[in-house]
Design a protein around this ligand. Structure first.
Ligand SMILES: Cc1cc2nc3c(=O)[nH]c(=O)nc-3n(C[C@H](O)[C@H](O)[C@H](O)COP(=O)(O)OP(=O)(O)OC[C@H]3O[C@@H](n4cnc5c(N)ncnc54)[C@H](O)[C@@H]3O)c2cc1C
Length: 525
């Protein structure tokens, strides 16, 4: 059954889906080109961006260099970073921080007025700009939203749920979005001369995540269902230290705490990271996350001990984490913080080039929903907000030169519309059980079975977008028969040479899933 479009909203300029840091920064860089920014939630508070705690990496300190930032990024990426992309990001980073300063971002400064730089895991030097200790995401998001709201050519629209890309003659010309719920729901076609996805990550497809529940891979799913090429979908980063107090999503204990000297201990107060990696608690994220996961799987509890390293400074230096702990009755000045790994960041995404172009004509992608080749198999801490800024600016430059007049002619077929679904519990459980920190063929086949069954019982576009995103992650993980960075296969524990990135379409993932159904898999609960 096809449904009616209730209204059409058109712009002569660009349409951006997503009002996190990537979407807002791109909109500001596009000015004076007219631009509509469409989002589910309020710009300034929207997406993972507003929750970012650590800050943004840029080689701006004495003795630091873009080469050192690039080297650290490549080392974390476990052989899969694109060196040309890493170089341009590391080189352009200081300029993008200066842009944020010009927009009014209130970065912490030293007494001499220069930027205060923090250190995070796997960075060889302090190079993280931050705001009020752990409040970078909230402050930068609020600053960009305020600038966007006062910029005449930018129209900010919240409360819309995008469900499908509109294509005309093979070119992306718009987005179908729903406003309202139930019988009052309206289906609106937004059309523009350039369409930019800035829809963030997919952590909320997992039962245990640090991401807001709106980060459920819908932009990735929409693009994949329209035929876009997807890169490295299997690489999901798990943050080692989500605060384990049974909340969904789980609050985060920022990496900067370990940067300040906080240590990981078991219930008897013993450190275990020193025996696992030379950098101990500051080893790459996947190493720390898997070490904690194994402790927990062996029946032990894991805690972050901040008492000696941070102590009484905690409430002032890390107010967000302090608030989260205190709300659960844990005083980190005196108590150990219980921690566990949680789905945190998607290194994979919609394949894009250095101008933000996807493989679909008319569609650009920016921020966490894109895969530029920067992160490889494992993201270096505080490189993701940076990626949104770098490619936001580059996309804006490219879009200005690429606007095609008259691309919108006919009326693309409208999708079916239903109420906004949450990702089903069974999907989130399957992803957390079988597509998380330790994977094997049996578990991945079982997860594909769950996803396949889900697709057969729904025609709700939003749910199909989530299922497509989950299928790409799982099929990519099944196809990659090695362990590398964030992707660990217990049945293939070694890395294989040469290191190759994954590029696949949804049709490729469907084939892998169909084939997996004919193989033995664990009975899913
Ligand atoms: C707790 C936490 C801490 C972090 N700390 C850091 C850090 O210190 N440094 C760092 O570099 N990175 C950090 N990250 C990662 C970083 O925050 C994200 O990668 C980054 O914010 C992504 O920005 P984005 O603009 O691409 O997407 P987001 O900020 O997630 O924004 C996505 C936007 O898309 C909209 N959207 C999505 N789907 C739809 C739909 N179907 N319809 C309508 N709107 C839709 C959302 O409403 C939102 O506006 C952290 C992440 C988390 C969760």
């Amino acid at each position: 059954m096809k449904t009616q479009i209730d209204s059409i909203i058109e712009t002569d300029g660009a349409l951006i889906l997503g009002a996190g840091i990537a979407g807002l920064f791109t909109a500001l860089k596009l000015a004076p080109l007219p631009c509509i920014v469409l989002a589910g939630t309020r710009p300034g508070l929207s997406g993972s961006s507003a929750w970012a705690q650590g800050g943004i990496a840029a080689a701006m300190g004495e003795g630091d260099s873009w080469q050192s930032h690039a080297q650290d990024t490549i080392a974390a990426g476990a052989g899969l970073c694109d060196p040309a992309v890493v170089e341009l990001v590391a080189r352009e980073a200081p300029d993008r921080i200066e842009d944020l300063v010009a927009y009014g971002a209130p970065f912490d400064r030293k007494s001499d007025g220069t930027l205060a730089l923090g250190r995070e895991a796997a960075h060889s030097l302090p190079r993280i700009v931050h705001v009020k200790g752990d409040g970078a995401g909230a402050a930068i998001s609020a600053t960009l939203a305020a600038r966007a709201a006062e910029t005449d050519c930018i129209t900010l629209l919240e409360g819309f749920h995008a469900i499908e890309l509109a294509l005309e003659n093979g070119r992306v010309t718009g987005i179908f979005a729903r406003s309202g719920l139930g019988p009052d729901a309206r289906l609106i076609l937004f059309r523009a001369r350039a369409v930019i996805l800035a829809t963030g990550g997919l952590g909320a497809l997992y039962a245990v995540t640090t991401n807001p529940l709106e980060s459920r891979g819908e932009g990735l799913g929409m693009a994949a269902r329209a035929g876009a090429l997807i890169a490295d979908p299997e690489f999901v980063q798990f943050h080692p230290t989500a605060i384990a107090i049974g909340r969904d999503p789980a609050p985060l204990a920022t990496e900067a705490l370990r940067g300040e000297g906080a240590v990981l201990v078991d219930a008897s107060g013993e450190r275990f990271m020193t025996a696992i990696h030379k950098d101990a608690e500051l080893a790459p994220r996947d190493v720390v996350a898997r070490a904690i996961h194994r402790q927990i799987m062996s029946g032990k509890k894991v805690f972050l001990d901040c008492r000696d390293a941070i102590g009484a400074e905690f409430p002032h230096h890390f107010p967000t984490v302090y608030g989260a702990c205190m709300s659960a009755g844990i005083d980190p000045v005196r108590d150990l913080i219980p921690v566990a790994p949680a789905a945190h960041y998607h290194m994979g995404g919609i394949a894009s080039d250095v101008q933000g172009r996807s493989s679909l004509p008319g569609l650009w992608v920016v921020g966490e929903c894109a895969s530029t080749g920067l992160h490889g198999a494992n993201r270096l801490a505080s490189n993701s907000l940076l990626e949104g800024l770098i490619f936001g600016a580059r996309t804006a430059d490219d879009v200005r030169g690429q606007l095609i007049a008259g691309a919108m002619r006919g009326l693309p077929p409208a999708p079916q519309r239903f109420a906004s679904p949450a990702p089903p519990h069974i999907l989130r459980e399957a992803m957390s059980r079988d597509v998380a920190l330790e994977r094997d063929a049996q578990g991945l086949r079982a997860a594909l079975g769950v996803i396949n069954r889900l697709e057969t019982i729904t025609n709700e576009p939003a749910l199909l977008n989530m299922a497509a995103a989950a299928k790409l992650v799982t099929a990519g993980a099944l196809a990659r028969q090695e362990s590398r960075g964030g992707h660990w296969r217990s049945d293939y524990p070694e890395a294989k040479a040469p290191a190759v990135r994954t590029f696949m379409t949804l049709a490729d993932a469907e084939k892998i899933a169909a084939n997996a159904e004919s193989q033995p898999s664990r009975i899913s609960k």
